[in-house]
Design a protein around this ligand. Sequence first.
Ligand SMILES: *[C@@H]1O[C@H](CO)[C@@H](O)[C@H](O)[C@H]1NC(C)=O
Ligand SMILES: *[C@@H]1O[C@H](CO)[C@@H](O)[C@H](O)[C@H]1NC(C)=O
Length: 241
Amino acid sequence: MDRHIQRLLNRISLAFAVAGTLALFHVFFKTSVSCSYSGHNLHHHDTLTQTISHSPFPRSSCDAASRPTLLPDRRFSRIQSSRSWRRGVAALSSLFLRLRTAHLLSNSSRILCVSSGAGHEVAAFRESGVVDVTGVDLIDFPPLVSRADPHNLPFFDNVFDLGFSRGLSGALFPVRFVGELERTVRKGGAVALVVERCGSEEEVASVKGLFRKSSLVEVSNITLSDSQMTLIVMRVNGLSP
Ligand SMILES: *[C@@H]1O[C@H](CO)[C@@H](O)[C@H](O)[C@H]1NC(C)=O
Ligand SMILES: *[C@@H]1O[C@H](CO)[C@@H](O)[C@H](O)[C@H]1NC(C)=O
């Protein structure tokens, strides 16, 4: 009788030992599989689009270990040295020269760039000697662009001298988008928008009509990095038209 119980207990403990070992194997396997998978993923998506998106907060130490080892600074300097970056910045720099000539921009201007992507315009303004340049977009792109909703800018009224954006066409609510630029730019300051080429007066008027308290300064057809665009500059005068 005692021997029977002894044998039964032995079998039960053996069964537990086997189950425990299997469970351990399972955990080990699952972990290493997901680790190598995300590593694999990273290689394939190591493009500019990947770098703009947020790295999710690591859910486990395994995730953390497979995160890109490239520091944001290194990553940015690599982007900055690319030809397309240089070309994009150079095109904007020559556009900004026009704003200087029109006395809408100086080295002491406080500038807001909305929907600025990776920050070409921020770089172009800074390189031209402007110190106080803020770049925002829905997705942050360090070090030049921080995260803010263009439709709900986290800035006080009247704090900027110039608002610049190439993002109007991508805005979900154009009226709100323009309204926020008008609100944050001081009276006497300007808002400069680069939009798809306006082929008619009506198209210009439809952009102009989004403004509530500004008047038209300039409309010009420009070529920006091989794209036919139109520059529309409005002066914020605080009066409804
Ligand atoms: C603006 O700053 C740049 C760079 O510091 C300088 O070269 C340029 O002369 C300045 N422009 C004016 C008008 O002061
Ligand atoms: C811009 O170009 C379009 C044709 O692409 C033309 O209809 C329009 O008048 C031009 N606007 C200006 C301000 O020159």
